[in-house]
Design a protein around this ligand. Structure first.
Ligand code: BTN
Length: 252
């Protein structure tokens, strides 16, 4: 069972053997006024999992963490949405660190993928609903590869693939919810400075020159910052340029 030691995150858990997408299930709970602050939807099998950039999210049934948390960050103005994304990515990174030990290979790839070396351990998809200029609900979808050992793409990995161990999913979910609440409360308490600093410390390819694809061209750039709006700031041939998610691709 999922029994996190938290104040509100994961105190209500909707556990489904199968669903299209836990993010969509969470949205449906919100529409029916059934979503409490911190409620969680978790499933063994997603048939239409969604990722960033309109991608699909595929994961072997029963072997991975597939869940969504609903929060009501009514303190957060819509233009500051990236702060939540940062807090969530750090929470997942904190949690992964407790499982893998501190390792510089464990990184957050902007905006909020979790990477080990050049392989993806998991991803995050946050969907916000607004009320005027403020955020009313956030659906924080998290997909983490845990016990899966074979992947359709060579750029994926899992905890089990990295350590050779098998993991208990409800226990991992409980611990993850604790880390999520901790970073969420840090954000709510105004800890933005620490969050920004911690985010930079774990950012994949921070201040390392690498190849990126911009306007269908390959360029060498160096990540120097992620700005308040969550845009990636790259130094390219000595020039500072800012990019949205759709405007840049990493070349791995
Ligand atoms: C990405 O890497 O592009 C984000 C992947 C997010 C996947 C999770 S799995 C649980 C939740 N439900 C979804 O449909 N997507 C997120």
């Amino acid at each position: 069972a999922i029994i996190p030691q938290t104040l509100f995150t994961g105190r209500q858990v909707v556990s489904l053997p199968e669903c299209a997408s836990t993010n969509s299930e969470a949205q449906a709970l919100i529409h029916r006024n059934r979503a409490t602050d911190g409620c969680v939807v978790i499933t063994d099998k997603q048939t239409a999992g969604r990722g960033q950039r309109g991608n699909r999210w595929e994961a072997a049934p029963g072997e991975n963490l597939t869940m969504s948390v609903v929060w009501r960050p009514t303190f957060l103005p819509a233009p500051d949405q990236f702060q939540l994304s940062q807090a969530v990515a750090l929470a997942v990174h904190d949690w992964a660190t407790t499982l893998l030990g501190p390792d510089p290979a464990l990184r957050v790839k902007w905006p909020n993928d979790i990477f080990f070396g050049n392989r993806k351990l998991g991803g995050i998809l946050i969907e916000n609903t607004l009320s005027g200029t403020m955020i009313q609900h956030s659906v924080v979808g998290i997909g983490m590869n845990i016990n899966q050992r074979e992947f359709q793409v060579p750029t994926a990995t899992s905890l089990a693939a990295l350590t050779g161990r098998a993991y208990d999913l409800p226990i991992l979910a409980s611990r993850l919810l604790e880390h999520l609440e901790r970073r969420y409360l840090q954000l709510r308490a105004g800890g933005l400075g620490v969050l920004r600093q911690n985010y930079r410390q774990v950012l994949y390819r921070y201040r390392e020159p690498h190849l990126y694809e911009v306007d269908n061209h390959q360029v060498t750039g160096e990540i120097v910052d992620v700005d308040e709006a969550g845009r990636l700031a790259l130094s390219i041939s000595g020039q500072l340029r800012h990019f949205d998610l759709k405007e840049i691709k990493y070349i791995i």
